[in-house]
Ligand binder design. Structure first.
Ligand code: ZN
Length: 311
């Protein structure tokens, strides 16, 4: 399943790593430039132009997919004019399933809507293509280059007991739902988990396709609808992001399922989903306690025998 387009940079990086122990610098010197990674991505991102891709301002994070493609992200600072006690932190990600082309493309398109007051009051970390190897595979693939469904690879409690058993019995070992051999076995899922740890989002938005609904896990009042997409809880799976973050980490996750994996919604609908999402975030999401306070208050409730309920 090697993508010929990615073999050369991967080899170059391997050579560079052998030649120079300072591999961080060596890797940088062979790192793809925006024009180059955009040239690869554009054929797989409906309605996104090369120039829009280059101007989007995503940068390599220093992490790479299995086949050596840079994992890209962008931070947007809050303008400090929001009314919350501190700016909300929103982690927005697309393309965790590589064959859901619109889920990566719409993240690029939403950048057009970053100039409004709500968007500007938010601190963003945006990761448009979580699974570039899947997106860029000869035939776009849900899974990463190891054949792992990244959205089943997060370390939910009892993953070792539950995820393989669920895969074998409930999906009848469907290769499209393979959770991997261990939680966080893949560089792409490790990257997402790392960003969750360091960025500490108040809410995570993860875009998928093609079920045409919204799903929601975690605290906060769920959205009723974004654009034409209505809330319809799809279910909860061992190792999924919604389960890991929403249920176990108490950080709400909205899963946006666009109605088509290849064809973008009309322009007005792209915009409506974005506006409804911003309004919901602004109305229903509150900044989480800061970690120090949280640790103190959970120590207090543990003392009083008030541990949080098992979910
Ligand atoms: Zn998906």
């Amino acid at each position: 399943m090697l993508n010929a387009n990615l073999i050369v940079p991967a080899l170059l990086m391997a050579v560079a790593a052998v030649l120079a122990p300072m591999s961080a610098y060596a890797a940088k010197s062979v790192e793809l430039k925006p024009a180059e990674w955009c040239e690869r991505l554009i054929p797989r991102m409906p309605t996104v132009t090369q120039s829009a891709c280059e101007q989007a301002g995503f940068l390599p994070t220093g992490r790479h997919s299995l086949q050596g493609f840079p994992l890209l992200a962008k931070d947007v600072k809050a303008n400090g004019k929001g009314k919350k006690k501190r700016p909300l932190r929103v982690l927005l990600m697309g393309g965790i399933h590589g064959d859901e082309l619109t889920s990566a493309a719409i993240v690029y398109r939403w950048l057009d809507g970053m100039s409004g007051p709500i968007a500007q009051s938010i601190r963003w970390r945006i990761m448009p293509v979580v699974n570039p190897d899947g997106l860029l595979a000869k035939k776009a693939s849900r899974m990463n280059a190891n054949g792992v469904d990244l959205n089943r690879n997060f370390p939910t409690p009892d993953w070792e007991a539950e995820a393989p058993a669920y895969w074998q019995t409930r999906t009848r070992s469907d290769p499209r739902r393979f959770p991997g051999k261990a939680p966080l076995s893949e560089p792409e899922s490790r990257w997402v988990e790392h960003e969750m740890q360091v960025f500490k989002p108040d809410v995570i938005i993860s875009v998928h396709a093609p079920y045409g609904v919204l799903d929601f896990d975690g605290p906060a009042q769920p959205p009723r609808k974004f654009g034409r997409l209505l809330l319809n809880r799809v279910g909860i799976y061992p190792g999924s992001l919604g389960n890991y973050s929403g249920v176990h980490k108490n950080v709400p996750v909205i899963t946006i399922e666009l109605p088509n994996a290849q064809k973008m919604p009309p322009k007005a609908e792209v915009r409506r989903i974005w506006v409804d999402m911003l309004n919901w975030i602004n109305d229903k999401v509150e900044p989480q306690e800061d970690p120090v306070k949280e640790a103190k208050s959970s120590a207090r409730s543990a003392k009083a025998g008030l541990g949080s309920p098992a979910r």
